[in-house]
Design a protein around this ligand. Structure first.
Ligand code: NAI
Length: 349
């Protein structure tokens, strides 16, 4: 396979494959851009159908990190790592320590934290041997999903302003897909702000808890995209929207945490054609990166100064989205296209 020919390849500065025979560790680290600073991005622990799929995922995710950090106003480059899960053997502490060695060998060009399959506890173990890991309780902000949820809440407020011309959330009907680390916290915040909730999750216990604790209406997972509501908040998996699913939506706007929500190149245009306002996922879900900035700034060799309080930096997500919506309107294009163009400019591409 020629990696340079993969559709996910976007002039990535560096892509490395690391192997540790003793522990069975296999990791792909992709560094998309260091234009704004050393690359940062979480580590995903996942089983891939092929090694090529793992490389493609690392390339795609690291590119998204460049845009996310740039638009979040964080002086970091974009990178991402995927650690290959071998279904035949469990991951060990030794593998995580070996991964710490990999990070040290990269000598600060890449710093990492949590992603799918990677917990705060995992980061704490790596931290014992490498300074290039964030998202720890001991040295930083801990679980990034707390800040991600706050950021999505702030962004959703901006979306309500723009799509519904409303300054508060009282009685605003939000359909939340996925009640995990981010979705549950978001739903809690929305309930406290007086929003009306319709929620779903494939985990029946979580759904029942939301019905009782948040006074939420519940629907089956396959019904959520058809719920008639003001806002849809996707907080489960990406790849949701294409011309078919967009045609079935009955909401005024979309504002949620899930990465890569637009499944096809024409999905953004289909949403715009239907008058459904879409908050680009890599803008609204940047709270985790914003919250990790202090910890990353303190790593060796970093030259980042974080002076404003985290609450203010998370509040910026609302104003940033409103600015993107204005620019998109003026340009007659989708908010996604506007955000991508701004991001490209910021990373010097
Ligand atoms: P999580 O794994 O804690 O929660 C996901 C939830 O969605 C789970 O409760 C799961 O049961 C549910 N779910 C999965 N498939 C579903 C389906 N088909 N229908 C309904 N529910 C379904 O994940 P987390 O951390 O809450 O992240 C949610 C999304 O936000 C993911 O797409 C993630 O990539 C994205 N994200 C998360 C960040 C973070 O800081 N945790 C940062 C940026 C993006």
């Amino acid at each position: 396979m020629r990696y340079w020919d993969l559709p996910e390849f976007d002039d990535h500065e560096q892509t490395c494959l690391f192997t540790d025979r003793e522990t069975g560790l296999r990791v792909v680290v992709a560094i998309h851009s260091t234009h704004l600073g050393p690359a940062c991005g979480g580590t995903r622990y996942w089983h891939y159908a092929s090694d090529g799929d793992a490389v493609a995922d690392a390339l795609r995710l690291s590119r998204a990190m460049s845009y996310k950090s740039a638009l979040a106003g964080v002086a970091m480059g974009g990178g991402k790592a995927v650690m290959l899960r071998d279904p035949a053997r469990p991951r060990t502490r030794e593998q995580l320590l070996a991964y710490g060695g990999v990070l040290n060998r990269l000598n600060g060009q890449f710093a990492t934290g949590e992603d799918v399959g990677f917990s705060v506890a995992d980061c704490e173990i790596i931290r014992t041997v490498s300074p290039y890991v964030g998202g720890t309780e001991s040295a930083g902000a801990g679980d990034p999903s707390i800040h991600t949820a706050t950021g999505v809440f702030n962004g959703l407020r901006g979306v309500v302003k723009r799509a519904l011309d409303r300054d508060d959330l009282q009685g605003v009907h939000v359909a939340v897909q996925g009640l995990g680390n981010v979705g549950w916290r978001l739903a809690e915040g929305l309930a406290q702000a007086g929003a009306r909730l319709t929620v779903t999750d494939i985990d029946a216990d979580r759904l029942e808890r939301a019905r009782v604790a948040l006074n939420a209406e519940t629907v089956a997972p396959d019904a959520i995209l058809g719920v008639e509501a003001d806002i849809l908040a996707p907080c489960a998996l990406g790849g949701l929207f294409d011309s078919v699913t967009v045609a079935g939506l009955r909401v005024r706007a979309i504002a949620g945490a899930a990465n890569n929500q637009l499944a096809t190149a024409d999905a953004g245009a289909a949403l715009r054609a239907r008058g459904i306002l879409y908050a680009p996922d890599f803008v609204i879900n940047a709270g985790g990166v914003i919250g990790a900035a202090e910890e990353i700034a303190a790593m060796p060799g970093r030259n980042i100064r974080v002076t404003r309080p985290i609450e203010d930096r998370l509040a910026d997500i609302e104003t940033r989205l409103l600015d993107i919506f204005d620019r998109a309107d003026r340009a007659g294009e989708t908010p996604e296209a506007t955000a991508m163009a701004l991001g490209r400019e910021l990373i010097g591409r």
